[in-house]
Design a protein. Structure first.
Length: 333
């Protein structure tokens, strides 16, 4: 397993397990089964989790998982778990007590003294209280309730405003895949210069970037049975459509076969190798489906210039998503 050190003593697996999939819209997740499955991820070396206060039972699952792990392997094993949550408030006036109570609720559910990383999301830049929220989160970090303050879905201009205000930001979690390479336009360079990193989601496009969809007729939105698949199918439509996507899948298959790995492995590795990317978050439908053995092959995979040339032969024909959507996170606003 490859790890990235986010802050002193906090080593994060570069393939994180994403927990949006437990929040609904991805099939029924049975809680007990899900928590048992989390132990299997941990045992396989996938020790880092990405969740949010708005992902249904995800924070409770982390609490249950930690208790189960401590029972089965002893308390000392808990130091090998990394769990990131998000703070996603309604865009309203932010007070110190509201922010502290929100983070305290997440801490209690997750069963931790200090949250490894809290990633802040803000729906409406027109409401400038986002800076207050970040200042209060920074205070909580200084008090030890939070180890790192990060963001999700913020654009480069607002990160510059934070830097100007002296707010220390550890990371920004954004959509980043072979399809959606908007973070490469400005965000990556900003992060490099400002000692911040990117956590990428959507890297395997809900599973569309896999053999399952190679040489397949274009699925209708109704045929796609998870919210994640539907989200990224729309992104593919905006990017260049199904015909070009098939061209990309064929190129990825050629690269994958050359290395004895899967299309999903190549898609994940391509993003992991990009500047400022600390890790990719791959969603897990706990207890319903798993790809641990396959995803572990990402770590041994080394792409060369020839591989990248084959991939970029297809992506060069796509539309410019930065021009049509905007910078990171603009799809949410
Ligand atoms: N900050 C945000 O706004 C935001 C937004 C979206 C996601 N996220 C985070 O990112 C995580 C990832 O979610 P996502 O929606 O971007 O999903 P994703 O990781 O692009 O897709 C996950 C799906 O891909 C399939 N998959 C995984 N590994 C595979 C492999 N090796 N071969 C073939 N298929 C494979 C699985 O489908 P099956 O289960 O059907 O097999 C899995 O459910 C979320 O859980 C969340 O933590 C954050």
């Amino acid at each position: 397993m490859e790890t990235h050190q986010l802050s002193p003593g906090l080593n994060v697996c570069r393939v994180l397990n994403g927990m949006w999939q437990v929040a609904g819209g991805h099939g029924y997740i049975e809680p007990k089964k899900a928590v048992s499955e989390m132990v299997k991820y941990h045992e396989a070396g996938f020790t880092s989790w990405d969740l949010a206060d708005i992902y249904g039972p995800a924070e409770d699952f982390i609490g249950d998982f930690r208790r189960k792990l401590a029972e089965e392997k002893g308390e000392q094993e808990l130091k090998n778990v990394q769990a990131f949550t998000k703070f996603v408030p309604e865009p309203a006036r932010m007070s110190r007590s509201f922010v502290e109570q929100s983070i305290d609720r997440s801490r209690k559910k997750m069963g931790v003294q200090s949250i490894d990383l809290v990633q802040f999301h803000w729906w409406d830049y027109g409401n400038v209280s986002w800076l207050d929220a970040l200042l209060f989160l920074s205070e909580l970090r200084d008090k030890g309730m939070v180890r790192n303050v990060g963001l999700t879905n913020f654009d480069t201009a607002h990160m510059q405003d934070m830097a100007d205000a002296g707010v220390r930001i550890a990371s920004n979690q954004v959509q980043y895949s072979i399809i959606d390479q908007r973070p490469a336009v400005k965000m990556a360079e900003f992060c490099r210069k400002n000692n911040s990193v990117i956590y990428a989601y959507g890297t395997v496009c809900g599973g569309l970037l896999s053999e399952k969809y190679l040489n397949r007729e274009e699925p209708s939105i109704a045929e796609l049975d998870t919210q994640s698949l539907r989200k990224y199918k729309k992104m593919i439509d905006a990017w260049g459509g199904w015909k070009l996507f098939q061209e990309l899948l064929a190129a990825l298959k050629g690269v994958a076969d050359g290395h004895g790995v899967s299309i999903a492995n190549v898609a994940a590795r391509y993003v992991m190798d990009r500047p400022a990317v600390a890790g990719v978050i791959i969603g897990a439908r706990l207890g319903l489906a798993e790809h641990r053995e396959d995803n572990a092959r990402v770590f041994g995979l080394e792409l060369d210039d020839e591989d990248r040339k084959k991939i970029e032969g297809a992506t060069a024909k796509s539309r410019d998503l930065y021009a049509s959507i905007g910078d990171c996170g603009d799809e949410y606003r």
